[in-house]
Design a protein around this ligand. Structure first.
Ligand code: COA
Length: 117
């Protein structure tokens, strides 16, 4: 990790209860956030918390000026990430150890504006 990279660990909280955790590396120069880990603890899965907490995290990263979120998905969770707008990132098959995926963060238009910025 160099000085261009910021590391953050997030506690994912719902109704004052710790339901999961996430780890993110942000590259200040490229504006790419690397989601190194995202987990909803087992008893809390399947209730929409993964989606809800991911979208909150995404909003925070967008507000910080990040442009992309990248992650390496397991085979089992590719569908989850696709449903959240991630696409497969094409890499050389020989370098592929997992499923690299990426999402571009589009800035939300200000209310009242018809223009996307
Ligand atoms: C993947 C994970 C974060 C999903 O969290 P969750 O709280 O169970 O997910 P949600 O209940 O918010 O599901 C949101 C949507 O994704 C779908 N979904 C959830 N897990 C999925 C999976 N593994 N594959 C495909 N779709 C999935 C749900 O069916 C739901 O779809 P819907 O909106 O059409 O009903 C959770 O299972 C987990 O922490 N797994 C272990 C850690 C892990 O593998 N993390 C990913 C590292 S790459």
């Amino acid at each position: 990790m160099n000085e261009q990279t910021l590391y953050n660990r997030y506690d994912l909280i719902s109704n004052e209860c710790l339901v999961g955790e996430a780890k993110v590396y942000c590259d200040k120069r490229s504006k790419i956030a690397y989601l190194a880990w995202f987990e909803i603890y087992y008893p809390f899965r399947g209730r929409g918390l993964g989606r809800e907490k991911y979208l909150e995290l995404e909003e925070e990263l967008r507000e910080k000026g990040l442009k992309y979120i990248r992650l390496d998905s397991s085979e089992q969770t590719t569908g989850f990430w696709r449903s959240l707008g991630f696409s497969d990132l094409n890499v050389n098959e020989s370098q592929k150890s997992s499923n690299p995926m990426i999402k571009k963060l589009v800035r939300k238009p200000r209310s009242g504006s018809n223009y996307e910025r």
